[in-house]
Design a protein around this ligand. Structure first.
Ligand SMILES: [Zn+2]
Length: 155
């Protein structure tokens, strides 16, 4: 993730994330991963969420930062502050996981139509495992059934 971001610093990026050129020199790169993306989710009195953009607040030597909701005078509720490094890490993992999922689906070359089957096969597998652990099946029966189910899970 850091490598990806570093490669994009100061560059223009298209919708697919490909670098397509340099940014104008006066452009200010976002200083933190989620600047301008995160919004405050604190519920408001009377329903809905605060929804104002979180700002980065830096502490001490600049190593520690938080995403915070601005003061009410700036349109926020000042009710939210989260450790930036942890949030960045969590979101990075989430994004990478999603990207892997998409790449996996694309590499299959087909629409992901086996999801239902996969889930059912997995559930059955777990069911069998539970029953086996509860000694309702003999080992022999379990080992005969297991390979078939695993094959279905992978297919
Ligand atoms: Zn807020």
């Amino acid at each position: 993730m850091r490598e990806i971001l570093a490669a994009r610093a100061g560059k223009r990026v298209d919708a697919s994330g490909n670098v397509i050129g340099d940014l104008p020199r006066d452009h200010r790169d976002p200083s933190h991963l989620l600047t301008g993306i995160l919004r405050c989710g604190k519920p408001k009195d009377g329903g809905g969420a605060c929804d104002s953009r979180l700002r980065v607040k830096t502490y001490t030597d600049g190593k520690v930062f938080r995403y915070v909701c601005q003061s009410p005078s700036a349109g926020g509720c000042s009710g939210v502050g989260r450790r930036g490094d942890l949030v960045d890490h969590f979101i990075s993992e989430l994004v990478l996981h999603k990207m892997e999922e998409v790449q996996f689906a694309q590499s299959e070359g087909v629409e992901w139509s086996y999801e239902q089957e996969y889930r059912e096969a997995t559930e059955r597998l777990e069911e069998f495992t539970d029953k086996w652990i509860a000694a309702e099946f003999s080992n022999d029966h379990y080992y005969r059934v297991l390979p078939k189910l695993q094959k279905k899970s992978v297919a």
